[in-house]
Design a protein around this ligand. Structure first.
Ligand SMILES: Cc1cc2nc3c(=O)[nH]c(=O)nc-3n(C[C@H](O)[C@H](O)[C@H](O)COP(=O)(O)OP(=O)(O)OC[C@H]3O[C@@H](n4cnc5c(N)ncnc54)[C@H](O)[C@@H]3O)c2cc1C
Length: 471
């Protein structure tokens, strides 16, 4: 639902205002809609309609999580907003049943979410939230927004009042420092993978292309380009800083790091331990899905059938030191091998930066809340186990975050598999009730040890049976 907001509605405070409508706040809106007696909830999204990573809806690309990780099922399988109910509404349940696809195509997930976004009440697209402040007199949050017309022009300003706010502003493409000047220069063929499909035709027409980054996006872009370029004249380089084009951890016990149990455990750890754990767990949230790696090897192998090797260079362990333009059309990358220490130059006609995403900064939007915000030793916002920003007790409302809490809740923060559970946890906190009873246990792994007081027998008197070295 779009268009202007009647004045009096703005004066009737909302129980909840959501900022951003990506999958996570859409999940929250869908579950809020299911609360008996309703919740006065409204959501603002700056884009004119829901679109999920449109630049990477590559033909055949699938979700990295099973279809049960939709917006609601893992909290409320009877919700009208489940993926299965979407298929039913589209008379596609039988084809899906026989398709036996546990991992649906990204394009289908996008279509499903848009179907939900077009039917749920209280969603306002074309509304950019500019600031969130606390009004101590009204004991409410003031959420100021700009209504944006489809051309992106500001149309009107508005304010909503809310008892609670949920920030679901997601992530934004990240461009490494050395490449930023080129990526920002108009007309230079250096693009972030988030815009891949927009530039696909010009990339295919380029004489030589370089893909940088060893994550899922890098692999998918490399595979798509490889499949589309003539055999023997591929002229593609795939470079990455990581030591290998490594698979994403996808073992069943490994995946238990994406459970509420692990999230609770991670939040209970001391801050320094949390700080060093996340980068060490890179293969849980970075790396490449094994099927994509296999598809790349299959395609490279297929191109050797008639003799010769494809003109595709895959080199890990390389960082781009600097980059510059050559003449008007080419780019020169100054490379360094991190193990060898050797340096080299690569001239290319186009660069795809599959260099990942960063949490979208909210400092400016939350500047008005600064006096109330509590920070951790690294200056990051403190977030409690219920996904609330830790604020001065004088603030009686709460600001919740979705997908901005990796430093407090762990690698599951951006995972679609935790969307419904986190939304339900937030709604249980907002309502102070339990509209969505949540499972007490969700993993076979017992993360952490329960502290048990040592028996009062003095150490020197306790006879421990010697065990083997490593247990
Ligand atoms: C290509 C890609 C594929 C992925 N695939 C998977 C997968 O298969 N499985 C998985 O578990 N995870 C996956 N992820 C990770 C993650 O699930 C997604 O990034 C997901 O989109 C995150 O949802 P979100 O709601 O946090 O943010 P986004 O989807 O980033 O949505 C945030 C929204 O907030 C809006 N917004 C921002 N600021 C404002 C403002 N001031 N006012 C109004 N609106 C605002 C933005 O316009 C945006 O629409 C993938 C990520 C990418 C990039």
């Amino acid at each position: 639902m779009t268009g202007s907001t009647p004045k009096d509605e703005l004066d009737r405070p909302h129980d909840l205002v959501g900022v951003g409508i990506g999958p996570f706040n859409l999940s929250l809106a869908a579950l809020a809609h299911g609360i008996p007696g309703g919740l006065a909830a409204t959501f603002y999204e700056q884009r004119p309609a829901f679109h999920w990573h449109p630049g990477l809806l590559i033909e055949g690309a699938t979700l990295q999580v099973p279809f049960l990780a939709d917006l609601v099922t893992l909290a409320d399988p009877a919700s009208p907003w489940t993926f299965l109910n979407y298929l039913k509404s589209r008379e596609r349940l039988f084809p899906f049943y026989f398709a036996e696809k546990f991992h649906i195509q990204r394009a289908e997930y996008d279509a499903y979410c848009r179907w939900v976004s077009e039917r749920l009440p209280g969603l306002h697209f074309g509304h950019q939230v500019d600031s969130v402040r606390w009004n101590p007199e009204r004991r409410l949050f003031e959420v100021d927004f700009t209504q944006i017309d489809p051309e992106g022009e500001a149309e009107a300003l508005g304010r909503a009042y809310a008892r609670n706010v949920v920030l679901g502003v997601g992530t934004e493409p990240y461009v490494p420092e050395p490449l930023r000047p080129l990526a920002e220069a108009p007309g230079v063929p250096v693009i972030h993978s988030a815009d891949y499909l927009t530039h696909r035709a010009s990339l295919l027409a380029a004489d030589h292309v370089t893909v940088i980054g060893s994550g899922q996006s890098g692999a998918e872009v490399f595979l798509d380009l490889l499949r589309a370029r003539p055999a023997g004249a591929e002229r593609i380089h795939w470079l990455a800083r990581t030591e290998a084009f490594a698979p994403m951890e996808y073992s069943k016990l490994g995946l238990e790091h994406f459970t509420p149990d692990y999230t609770r455990y991670f939040h209970s750890l001391p801050e320094p331990v949390r700080g060093e754990l996340v980068p060490r767990q890179w293969q849980l949230h970075k790396g490449i899905d094994a099927d994509t790696i296999a598809a790349i090897h299959d395609e490279l192998y297929r191109r050797t059938l008639h003799g010769g090797w494809p003109d595709a260079v895959l080199t890990p362990g390389v960082r781009v030191r600097t980059a510059g333009r050559v003449a008007t059309t080419q780019v020169e990358l100054h490379l360094e091998h991190l193990q060898q220490g050797t340096r080299s130059r690569l001239t290319t006609d186009a660069v795809v930066l599959a260099t990942g995403y960063r949490e979208r900064p909210v400092d400016r939007m939350l500047a008005g809340l600064d006096p109330y915000l509590r920070h951790d030793a690294s200056g990051r916002a403190r977030i409690d186990e219920r996904y609330r920003l830790v604020l001065d007790p004088s603030v009686t409302g709460s600001v919740y975050v979705q997908n901005a809490e990796k430093h407090t809740h762990g690698v599951g923060a951006p995972d679609l598999g935790l969307a419904a559970w986190r939304s339900a946890a937030i709604l249980n906190a907002v309502t102070g009730k339990e509209p969505y009873p949540l499972p007490r246990r969700t993993a076979f792994t017992s993360f952490g040890l329960e502290a048990r007081e040592a028996p009062s027998i003095p150490a020197q008197d306790r006879k421990l049976t010697p065990l083997t070295q490593n247990v």
